[in-house]
Ligand binder design. Structure first.
Ligand SMILES: CC[C@@H](C(=O)O)C(=O)SCCNC(=O)CCNC(=O)[C@H](O)C(C)(C)COP(=O)(O)OP(=O)(O)OC[C@H]1O[C@@H](n2cnc3c(N)ncnc32)[C@H](O)[C@@H]1OP(=O)(O)O
Length: 251
């Protein structure tokens, strides 16, 4: 089974779907490469917007712990964190509208992936939370820096530091989710983007470029690199490795 699919819809939406439902769509290196492939495909003028979603009952459960648990030292973790942070930076800076379609649960790095998109819509009943703090680390893919660009600081900081998993309605109240939908993710995504898709691609790019210029001038890239380093240092702590071991021992 492929770890991801990429589909071009006739209305101009390129849909990237993580297809690892048996691991709740955890991100491994193949998924990272798939995201890069989708970002590259967005250079085509036919693509007006990018949607990111997941198969099954989860959107994304963050990094694949069965693989990344093997990264012990800060140096080992830094390579993986830095790779995904670079991808999320490119996703954030994509000069086209992007939407994360939360078909279900998003935790940890799954929330970082969602944050890197311009918009987030969630199926009613979906839950999401930046659970990293409870694992003895911070966000390590740049998601903390990105979230602080999306939400007012107190809201972003409470999501990050509380590390709570919130309901779709709570996430909408806090401003993390732009719309809660009922029914299928594909229809919801089309409906959410309907008016945007009617506009000229150059207009959409111009608006996105206003944001991109702001992020470049406020050194988002450098701030993300600092976040990666900070997380790498916490990663090698016994507290972190113990928490991950506890997740697997719960079975
Ligand atoms: C590493 C990068 C870092 C960052 O920088 O942000 C992070 O992402 S830290 C966060 C890492 N993620 C987690 O800690 C989440 C772990 N998963 C869960 O808490 C739960 O699975 C869930 C996402 C809330 C879903 O719960 P539920 O629907 O009840 O499913 P199960 O728990 O029974 O899981 C089913 C199946 O999937 C495997 N699984 C789930 N998440 C991951 C993961 N992140 N990595 C690897 N495998 C994962 C889980 O082990 C189960 O497998 P089986 O027992 O073999 O069926």
């Amino acid at each position: 089974m492929d770890s991801y699919t990429i589909n071009m819809e006739s209305n101009g939406i390129l849909i990237f779907t993580i297809n690892r439902p048996e691991k709740r769509n955890a991100v491994d290196y193949k998924v990272m490469d798939g995201l890069l492939e989708a970002i590259k495909l967005c250079e085509d003028d036919k693509v007006k917007a990018l949607a990111v979603t997941g198969t099954g009952k989860a959107f994304c459960s963050g990094g694949d712990l069965s693989i990344f648990h093997g990264l012990i030292t800060a140096e080992e973790a830094r390579g993986m964190l830095s790779k995904m942070a670079g991808i999320l930076y490119r996703l954030m800076m994509l000069p086209k509208p992007t939407v994360a379609v939360l078909n279900g649960t998003a935790v940890g790095g799954g929330c970082e992936l969602a944050s890197a998109c311009d918009f987030r819509i969630a199926k009613r009943g979906a839950k999401a939370g930046f659970i990293q703090a409870g694992l003895g680390i911070t966000t390590g893919w740049g998601g903390g820096t990105i979230l602080l660009e999306r939400l007012p600081a107190p809201k972003a900081l409470s999501m990050l530091a509380d590390g709570m998993i919130l309901s779709s309605e709570e996430l909408e109240n806090i401003g993390f989710i732009d719309r809660v939908f009922d029914g299928g993710p594909a229809n919801a995504c089309n409906a959410f983007l309907e008016n945007i898709l009617k506009k000229d691609t150059d207009v959409l790019k111009a608006y996105k470029n206003i944001l991109i210029r702001k992020w470049v001038s406020s050194s988002v890239k450098e701030r993300i690199e600092e976040e990666v380093n900070q997380c790498a240092i916490l990663w090698e702590s016994d507290a972190h490795h113990q928490k991950v071991a506890e997740f697997f021992n719960k079975k």
